[in-house]
Design a protein around this ligand. Sequence first.
Ligand SMILES: NC(=O)C1=CN([C@@H]2O[C@H](COP(=O)(O)OP(=O)(O)OC[C@H]3O[C@@H](n4cnc5c(N)ncnc54)[C@H](OP(=O)(O)O)[C@@H]3O)[C@@H](O)[C@H]2O)C=CC1
Ligand SMILES: CCCCCCCCCCCCCCCC(=O)[C@@H](N)CO
Length: 609
Amino acid sequence: MDAYIDFSQPMLWLSAASIVFNPTFWNTAARSEYHNKTITKLFGGNSRYGCYALAITIFTLGIIRDSIYERALRTQPTHPLLTGPLSSALAIALFASGNILVLSSMWALGITGTYLGDYFGILMDEMVTGFPFNVTDAPMYYGSTMSFLGSALWLGKPAGVLLTALVWVVYKIALSFEDPFTAGIYRKRDEEQKKVGPQGGQTAPKGGKTGPKEIARRINWVIFGEERGIIGQLLFFRALQEKRSLIFQMPAAAVWAAIVIGLFFVVIALDNMGFFSSKNHFPVDGRTVVITGGSQGMGRGLGRLLAQKGANVVLVARNQEKLDKAKEYVASAAKDPSRQRFHTISADVTLPEENTRLLDEVTAWNGGNPPDIVWANAGSSQPMLYLHASIDTLRSQMDINYWAAAYLSHATLALWTKPQTQQKSNTTSTPPSNLPRHFIITSSSLCFVGLAGYATYAPAKAALRSLADSLRSELNLYNGARHHDASSAPPTDIQIHLVAPGTITSPGLEQEEKTKHPVTRILEEGDPKQTEDEVALAAVRALEKGYYLITTQFLGAAMRASSLNGSPRNNWFVDTVFSWVTSVVWLFVGPDMEGKVFKYGKVNGVKAV
Ligand SMILES: NC(=O)C1=CN([C@@H]2O[C@H](COP(=O)(O)OP(=O)(O)OC[C@H]3O[C@@H](n4cnc5c(N)ncnc54)[C@H](OP(=O)(O)O)[C@@H]3O)[C@@H](O)[C@H]2O)C=CC1
Ligand SMILES: CCCCCCCCCCCCCCCC(=O)[C@@H](N)CO
């Protein structure tokens, strides 16, 4: 054991103590502030000063802890297993991505948001849902853990790996205290706000477009060191100082690997901040959108979000009562209620003629203009073992999950590709509509990966992906023809998109849980759950960036990256490197998933039909 870790070194124990002490300290301090206003009282009743003081204290304690950690490691044995070029490359990657998580989290939350401002009654107005919070709920904690592990690998010290494990456990415990507590604080605030009077419902999450002005403002912020900038610079320079001398000792291959992986995370972060495309590729203000399956779940979330962005919205589903309620809910979010219009159509989209009828009805309602955006979102899942499903079920699953979207695309594209002369000019739309029209299909992340228990459903979703890929290729013909003879060609470009969400906490999910086999639950256990609003926001943000094949959370993105095939890339660099990474990840995840199903059969057996 002594070859790995030297437990006789006092620094090791001091480091462990400081690792345990820090989160314990800030949780105790913050709770005492929350209950008795202890820190605020110390600062003459000014809670903001109190919070800044706590921030400085926590930050200083962090630096002390980090330097004790480093000193502790220097007195520890090095192990050859941890000193190769691979280990160094991994160290850099962990350190880089850990720091990106920490810095971007601070950037997004500010000082009071980062350093427990909630406990001081300084609440954030809006939930931050963009990067890095779309990657993990606790980027600070995970980022810091990654940096610890990075340092351990860099120095090649098994003791560092052990201390990192301690960091991780301590953070996990801290999170299990903090998360419910903060959730409680915000719940209380929301209840109080409700009592005071309606504030227009939920506020839209923060983030959104990052135009050149916003970028300039942020750079300014960093250089001139307003609150977030100062901390960012401190951390950045400290990281540089520590690592500079060591880079020169690295073998070239490790340097290159580290650069590629580091760049990968930088590009992801920049992409998430909207650096690569400041133009909005999906303007909806003043335009007319049709959403099938719009009466609940993701469709309703989309309706609400697009109403907030100024669209006229038509919701389609079968049940008229639910449609009426949803319309009221969506309309109440309108950006400009005096101008925006809302409508519902009851239709069964599994019937081809209903799809043509609904488009005719929308066109009439829209002053003779076809809708600008059509979203084939209706769908319904009956997961169960394949052999437990009747042939009728297999067919009806295909009807609602594949054919409904196929019929709607067929009818919509027929309308949109009519020559200019046969389409009324889009007089109701502002800005004037030679803007592209969009046909969007809701598929599922299951279009990328097959899972036991989804053979009733996933094939339809995979077929949708193939439909979108094929139509995307074919639509180039029409978009090209607009440059041949404008008068006989469609009046606008036509774009198609496929959105592949993961698990959504919708009424549909409650329904599918009734037939789902337990083994399916095991396989999809790790899939993050998104609300209808979260999934709608993620999808629309990606559309605004001009993406074609869209996922809404990180696991979905990984599944997508591992099955890109010939589909157009969103960001060629990220997509390419990510697909390499996933092809390695699958070597481990694949057998693990196969094994889980096998083991379920081994333990429980399975009945023949
Ligand atoms: N929930 C999940 O975990 C996931 C869902 N998806 C997909 O996302 C989409 C939305 O799902 P979700 O948010 O769960 O929605 P829900 O299942 O909660 O709602 C489905 C909507 O579609 C409508 N609908 C169902 N059948 C028809 C029909 N034959 N004709 C017209 N409208 C119909 C329903 O209204 P009515 O019954 O009144 O017709 C309702 O508005 C679906 O395509 C689904 O496959 C993808 C990944 C995960
Ligand atoms: C490198 C890549 C690793 C990939 C691991 C794969 C893990 C599988 C997660 C499965 C998620 C399933 C979501 C289902 C959504 C859905 O459509 C249904 N709820 C509707 O019925």
